[in-house]
Design a protein around this ligand. Structure first.
Ligand code: ADP
Length: 352
């Protein structure tokens, strides 16, 4: 029963009213008798603590929850009329944590105790993701900052007089400052996307033309890495997408395909219509990605080789942004890779 009406309450007994009340609660609720058996519970508690086909009522609390603190709290509530707050950790297929409030309860003269189990699993998971993100950001910002400070100090200590060295040191300072700049830009971009502040405007986009422009802008980089850029997307391919966001995705994927390629390698972009979806592929002939890394490269700050990525100017946020931008447009981004043959990223966008 999910609705509690005052009219119904008037004609019901205390236990029945209580049952209706706890049935409206989303938290798990367990009422325990003086012999420490479950007197009643709600559907949420049955889902969390029960097993299919077995009623929780009348079972011993010790069979249902194997936790001494919870037992002690129920015992104290019944025996000494004291409320307590305890923490419960359930270790099963999935680890779950609860803040539990247990209080004395007397119904129809029977001393009982009622426990409310507030599921903290999701909040704690989000909190740990937030902390990990903050610690990653601090670490990523500190690395270039340390380098900037060290070179400024060297210049202050007299290196300034040596013109050639000064120029070199200033170059390092500039590169590190640029790194910090792109890192902050990526962090802000991710935060805008995640807080829903990025709006999508879909229009038919000429992907071949867009790719050709990106190739022109990245030609110097491709040259530096000795990589050939090949565009196989048909001139007339039109994809309904947000052109700014699609361009951002392609720049990221093509830039990675150049950076993680080998000298003399190729980046090949292609296009395919598969039923009701459009597929834009960015394929490279680089080193490939091991299966154990493949599932994680879309995570924020995840890099197969942290030092190498940093050296070639990566923030570790590019693919996380690409994935989000794909989803914002109702699509998906996936990856397939064969070690020492190369990697293919596929942007899948709905036709309408
Ligand atoms: P980064 O700024 O390091 O490029 P990304 O989020 O764009 O960050 O990519 C995360 C990691 O995924 C990279 O550091 C690299 O290890 C791996 N990666 C991305 N694209 C490729 C690719 N085309 N070939 C091999 N590895 C890649």
């Amino acid at each position: 029963m999910s609705e509690f009406s005052m009219a119904a309450a008037a004609s019901a007994g205390s236990s029945e009213i209580l049952q209706r009340l706890i049935d409206t609660t989303r938290e798990c609720v367990l009422i325990v008798d003086s012999d420490l058996r479950i007197a009643s519970c709600n559907a949420s508690a049955t889902m969390v603590f029960g097993r299919p086909g077995i009623e929780l009522e009348q079972r011993r609390l010790s069979e249902v929850i194997r936790d001494l603190d919870v037992h002690e709290a129920y015992r104290r509530a019944i025996g000494e009329h004291l409320s307590s707050d305890v923490r419960l950790e359930l270790i099963g297929a999935e680890r779950r944590t609860f803040d539990v409030h247990i209080a004395p309860l007397e119904i129809d003269g029977r001393p009982q105790a009622i426990g409310f189990f507030y599921d903290k699993t999701q909040i704690e998971r989000l909190e740990s993701v937030r902390q990990e993100f903050l610690s990653n950001i601090s670490h990523e910002l500190r690395t270039p900052l340390t380098s900037i400070l060290a070179f400024v100090e060297t210049l202050e200590d007299g290196a300034l007089d040596d013109v050639e060295n000064s120029r070199r040191f200033l170059g390092v300072i500039r590169r590190n400052a640029e790194r910090m700049n792109s890192l902050i830009a990526d962090i802000l971009e991710l935060s805008m996307i995640e807080s829903g502040k990025v709006t999508i405007e879909k229009r038919p986009v000429r992907v071949a033309e867009m790719t050709a422009e990106i190739y022109t802008n990245l030609a110097a980089k491709a040259n530096e890495f000795g990589v050939e850029l090949v565009n196989l997307i048909p001139e007339d391919a039109l994809v309904p997408a947000d052109s700014i966001r699609l361009e951002q995705m392609l720049i990221n994927l093509i830039d990675n395909a150049i950076k993680f390629n080998r000298r003399g390698g190729k980046v090949i972009t292609s296009f395919e219509i598969a039923g009701s979806v459009y597929l834009i592929r960015v394929k490279d002939t680089g080193e490939g990605i091991l299966p154990e890394h493949l599932g994680r490269i879309f995570e924020r700050f995840y890099r197969v080789d942290r030092a190498r990525s940093r050296e070639i100017g990566g923030t570790g946020l590019g693919l996380a942004i690409v994935k989000h931008l794909g989803r914002l447009q109702g699509g998906e981004v996936s990856v397939a890779s064969t070690l020492s043959e190369g990697t293919t990223f596929s942007i899948e966008l709905p036709a309408a």
